[in-house]
Write a protein that binds this ligand. Structure first.
Ligand SMILES: NC(=O)c1ccc[n+]([C@@H]2O[C@H](COP(=O)([O-])OP(=O)(O)OC[C@H]3O[C@@H](n4cnc5c(N)ncnc54)[C@H](OP(=O)(O)O)[C@@H]3O)[C@@H](O)[C@H]2O)c1
Length: 329
């Protein structure tokens, strides 16, 4: 099969379209004929081996898993002996820890769900990593309730475009932070108001927000605090992925527990919550419900063919997609 493979860490030039063996599956695994995949900042992390901390788990000199990509949508072609939830021929979506930028990919059954019927494969591939992150940030970590005011920083990006829609679906009124060119796009996702970060800052309207979901920009905590109500919650998802060689976009997420020890008084009454996304079928199933109800529509910035996957990653890392960057296989 054809796959996007790398033998060494580096920029997108290290990726090659190459013929390799199809993955063999274990008892709990599903083999998927990939119709579409997507890219997100974690693909860049594994490609470059930065932040360096990532190499401890993913391979010191080169990535242990040579195929890139994580999001997948496709058709089941084979299942392991212990797989009960899927059968060949079924359309699925989810995440592949061993790479999805390929003609075939394998995934544990616990990381897949039936594809929402009305979505194209490209739309479905746009959902898993970013949608699951947004769902957990907004629903589980922030606990957004009807009537609350929610600020989403990075509202036009992969995670942000889902976070805006999910917060709206939970009954919140949402303000999105994005560049001016994305304002109409962010409003179309359901944001009632937009802050153009090139002209104004997030404390423009004072301590207004019950919840701030921060996916971008590395603003100082003091500024984030100024936008929160006295009992508000700040959820740190990520931001500035290329800025820190050692901890990358997860930098503040990793540092937040430490910071919270020192910022207790500064944050008094307010909650500072780092989040680490988990990939589970139940999260995908909840996203399917939101999609089938019409509350969430995956937004696609651009689609690339498999051979041009390196360009998809370059485009993503220029830092200004409107929604998700997908790869058609
Ligand atoms: N904690 C976790 O478990 C977890 C899971 C997934 C992702 N992440 C992290 O979350 C971050 C976002 O991921 P993503 O997939 O959404 O990335 P993305 O698709 O690249 O989106 C980032 C968005 O940030 C916006 N942005 C850039 N500079 C900004 C600024 N100064 N203020 C406000 N917005 C700004 C850009 O929009 P404009 O064009 O409007 O500038 C862009 O659309 C990454 O750091 C990623 O590593 C964390």
């Amino acid at each position: 099969m054809k796959a996007i493979v790398q033998d060494t860490y580096g920029p997108a030039d290290v990726l090659e379209l190459r013929d390799i063996d199809r993955p063999s599956i274990g008892d709990e695994e599903v083999l998927v004929e990939v119709r579409a995949a997507a890219v997100d900042p974690s693909v860049w992390v594994l490609m470059t081996g930065t932040p360096y901390l990532a190499r401890a788990g993913f391979g010191l000199r080169r990535p242990k898993v040579p195929v890139r990509g994580r999001d997948v949508a496709g058709v089941v072609t084979a299942v392991g002996a212990g797989v009960t939830r899927f059968r060949p021929g079924q359309e699925v979506y989810g995440t592949c820890p061993t790479g999805s930028l390929a003609e075939y990919a394998k995934a544990p059954q616990a990381r897949l769900a039936p594809k929402p019927a009305d979505l194209t494969f490209e739309q479905a591939a746009a959902v898993p990593v970013s949608g699951m992150t947004a769902l957990q940030a907004v629903r589980d970590v922030a606990g957004v309730r009807p009537g609350q005011r929610v600020l989403v920083i990075g509202a036009s990006g992969g995670v942000g475009s889902f976070a805006v829609q999910i917060a709206k679906a939970l009954g919140a009124s949402v303000t999105g932070v994005c560049a001016a060119a994305k304002a109409d796009f962010v409003r179309s996702l359901g944001a009632g108001d937009v802050i153009d970060y090139t002209r104004e800052e997030i404390d423009r309207d004072g301590a207004r927000y019950d919840v701030v979901v921060d996916t971008a920009g590395n603003r100082p905590l003091s500024l984030l605090r100024r936008a929160l109500t006295p009992r508000g919650t700040l959820v740190i998802v990520g931001g500035g992925h290329t800025a820190y060689r050692f901890t990358g976009g997860m930098g503040r997420t990793v540092r937040a527990p430490l910071l919270s020890l020192f910022t207790g008084s500064m944050f008094s009454g307010r909650r500072l919550r780092p989040m680490f996304s988990r990939e589970r079928a139940e999260h995908l199933e909840e996203l399917t419900r939101l999609i089938e109800s019409g509350a969430v529509v995956p937004a696609i910035d651009r689609a690339y063919p498999l051979a041009e996957a390196p360009d998809a990653i370059r485009h993503l890392m220029e830092g200004h997609p409107a929604g998700k960057v997908v790869v058609t296989v």
